[in-house]
Design a protein. Structure first.
Length: 194
């Protein structure tokens, strides 16, 4: 991840929009020499210019900072094609219906890839009346715990937060076919087909 916009990013985006340095400069109220300096790594745009610069280049500030443009083609938004992102610093858990550039605590978060349940991260699902009782068989200490579980179908997501020193168990209504995801703070994302 870049911590700030780079000259290469500005140049690529400017050329992608068929703008000259002078045209871009005029749009954001600087000189073409200034834009030239940015693009050749001899200077950086002031932070107050990031918003107008992103706007002139047709992207968001966060995309500009990361040098990555995201096109979300998941227009039908099948949640089963969605992605989970978890911040390793604060534990923030985010689900996105499509491609996204997700940033938390100053870190760009990669979309997580789920593994099939393994013997250290087993799960049982029992029918209880019209609900399901879900238990993840895993330690729940402050250092190593399951932080959430989520049942995802094509059109619905249910998410349950767990806390260290509690139990990694919950009731959920598992309606329809889907994936049950659960996240271990040390070992990452797991899933089980339901
Ligand atoms: Fe674990």
């Amino acid at each position: 991840m870049n911590t700030y916009v780079t000259g290469n990013t500005i140049k690529q985006l400017r050329e992608g929009r068929n703008l000259t340095q002078a045209e871009l400069a005029q749009m954001i109220g600087v000189s073409s020499k200034t834009v030239s300096k940015w693009e050749t790594a001899k200077g950086l745009p002031d932070i107050t210019l990031l918003q107008p610069l992103a706007q002139a280049l047709g992207i968001s500030v966060i995309e500009l900072m990361n040098g990555e443009q995201i096109t979300n083609r998941n227009v039908s938004a099948n949640l089963l094609r969605g992605k989970f992102y978890v911040c390793p610093v604060c534990g923030n858990a985010i689900h996105s219906t499509g491609s996204a550039l997700v940033s938390c605590c100053g870190i760009t978060l990669p979309p997580l890839e789920a593994e099939e349940a393994d013997e250290d991260h087993g799960i049982t699902i029992e029918n209880v009346e019209d609900e399901h009782f879900i238990t993840v068989h895993h330690p729940m200490t402050k250092e190593h715990f399951i932080s959430f579980a989520a049942f995802v179908t094509c059109d619905r997501i249910q998410m349950v937060k767990f806390y260290p020193e509690g139990n990694a168990e919950t009731r959920m209504q598992l309606r329809g076919r889907g994936q049950l995801y659960y996240y271990c703070n040390r070992h990452g994302l797991f899933r089980k087909k339901v």
